[in-house]
Design a protein around this ligand. Structure first.
Ligand code: NI
Ligand code: MN
Length: 226
């Protein structure tokens, strides 16, 4: 599967012939300056929770592309109130068939409020199953035993996990999360954007290798085959 990194926790995956864009936070991110947000493609925009560093560009990209926004209920309703037409609000444990395959919302241990302070429900993660592969994006979360349920039910090609610490899992817990979901390969996100989440890249790679895992840290704007 093709994976494109847009910085912070924003990435796109080509799955089932569609472009799935996750947690768009591009225009406010100084590290992603070279990305032209007006050219970012999306057939679906999957939003894990309401925090600004995950939703900043959702409305603009959704309106430009007509992409379907898939989000936890309160987050999706907030976007509908902002004039986004094509929204599929879901909730934890629920799965739905989409043009690309199947998506299921998983639990995440994190908070969620919208940029204007309104209630954002509970933060979520996603399991995506398409004909060409399966992956799990945890969203912002602490390590949780619930992740073992993902590993028990789906054979993943890869996982996408926050590794920046401070607001989410750090690398040690992310390695354990990868073990819990039985992924040998994971992409690290949610690091380096702010001083509090600066990552020691060499130490992170070392921790992954010591656990027999492959940690991918694509550059911003880079597309890799996973
Ligand atoms: Ni957050
Ligand atoms: Mn975040």
């Amino acid at each position: 599967m093709k994976f494109t990194y847009y910085g912070h926790a924003c990435f796109a995956v080509q799955a089932g012939g569609k472009t799935l864009l996750f947690d768009p936070f591009i225009s406010p991110n100084p590290l992603a300056k070279k990305i032209d947000v007006n050219k970012v493609a999306a057939d679906f925009i999957l939003v894990s929770h309401g925090h600004g560093d995950h939703v900043a560009d959702v409305i603009d990209i959704a309106k430009r592309t007509g992409a379907k926004v898939i989000a936890p209920f309160e987050v999706g309703s907030w976007f509908e109130n902002k004039g986004v037409k094509n929204v599929q609000s879901m909730n934890h444990g629920g799965a739905a068939k989409m043009d690309f395959g199947r998506v299921k919302l998983t639990s995440a241990i994190h908070s969620s409020s919208m940029p204007d302070g309104s209630y954002g429900g509970n933060a979520a993660g996603f399991v995506v199953e398409a004909d060409d592969g399966k992956f799990y994006y945890s969203g912002d979360t602490a390590l949780t035993l619930d992740m073992k349920l993902v590993g028990e039910s789906v054979k993943l090609n890869f996982a996408v996990l926050p590794i920046g610490d401070f607001f989410t899992m750090g690398i040690e817990d992310a390695v354990r999360a990868a073990e819990f979901v039985s992924a040998k390969k994971f992409v690290g996100v949610h690091y380096d954007t702010f001083p509090s989440i600066k990552l020691d890249h060499a130490a992170a790679q070392k921790a992954a290798i010591a656990a027999g895992m492959e940690l991918l840290l694509p550059g911003i704007g880079e597309t890799v085959d996973i």
